[in-house]
Design a protein around this ligand. Sequence first.
Ligand SMILES: *Cc1c(COP(=O)(O)O)cnc(C)c1O
Length: 400
Amino acid sequence: MNNTKQWIDTAEAALLHTYNRYQIVLEKGDGVYLYDNEGKKYLDFAAGIAVCSLGYGHPKYKEALKNQIDNLMHTSNLFYSKPVAEAAEKLKQATQMDRVFFTNSGTEAIEGALKAARKYAYTKQSGKYEFIAMNHSFHGRSMGAVSVTGNEHYRTPFEPLIGGVKFADFNDLESVKALVTDKTCAIIMEPVQGEGGIYPADEAFLKGVRKLCDEQDILLIFDEIQCGMGRTGSMFAWQGYGVKPDIMAMAKAIGNGVPVGAFAMTEKVAEKSLAPGDHGTTYGGNPLVCAAVKTVLEIFEEENIIEHVQKVSTYLEEKLGALVDKNEFIDARRGKGLMQGLVLNKPVGEVVQKAMKHGLIVISAGGNVLRLVPPLTITEAHVDEFVEKLEKALTEFAEA
Ligand SMILES: *Cc1c(COP(=O)(O)O)cnc(C)c1O
């Protein structure tokens, strides 16, 4: 029985229309494959937008969550619980930060990071409040996160936004320097821009920004929501660059599918930043999502996920390079690790649709970029399968 149209119509009749969804109804995930309600199988190179890094149905992950549901899902942050303590300790180690605050999403992690920076300046009575953000950045959809997102389309309908935000060009240190004043409180950026079109930072740029921040007591905020958690071949992208932020935001893959994010900071920031009464969340970091975070971090260690990403991404880059050379519809490759973009000269939306027809799920970024953010557990055989399916989809353009 095929009820696809019925499910789509039911959803569209009730949901606020903020997404143009693909016309498939997903039903089940297994490993790096997804299945729709008609039983069609898809190789998943989107991972729910860089969320399902361990793929679907990891046995240890599933069991940990089921156990936690049986024991205790929620307590509020007025109490302690074991999974919260364990997740915080493990995340502190993984981030090399000193203090962690759990949120429900990436947006809220950014919101918290911005508040933490403003509070730090307030405590120091420095009179600083301005943020410098990057063009083509994406930081989320709340009023604070939108305010620092470098895409006018996302900002304009919601103005006036929070004040004191200026936009510099990513990878252009001079453009950042030109915006610094004695009121600059923090600089915020993604070490690898995601939604904006998969642009990795230059190491010299990040080092230059770090130096600028140190010289003028400006806080450096990294948004690792998409590029963090092993995706670029180091636990967090900044560790691969060797440029440590003062505050960082994470989400997406840290819970592998449960809604959880976090912002974290160094002790230097924490001791002058958010204190009791300044910030809070009812759900944020409840025992259920913390059981997920703790288990994900354990699996990363046990299965050497980082080393695996380094190896398999080398193979993926080779194959993508060959595709660029060979295929007239692909102009370039950009990216780091398993966060890759192919710059197309065909409408990326149509390529995505055709790929889906051939059983491959990919998504777009920044208009003309095919974004590849597969589960980190893919193997070389999956890369081969991806190439084969993408080539089939692209061939249809040649024939059309
Ligand atoms: C997805 C994303 C966000 C927003 O996260 P949500 O969980 O959707 O609120 C912020 N920054 C970056 C870099 C992202 O990729």
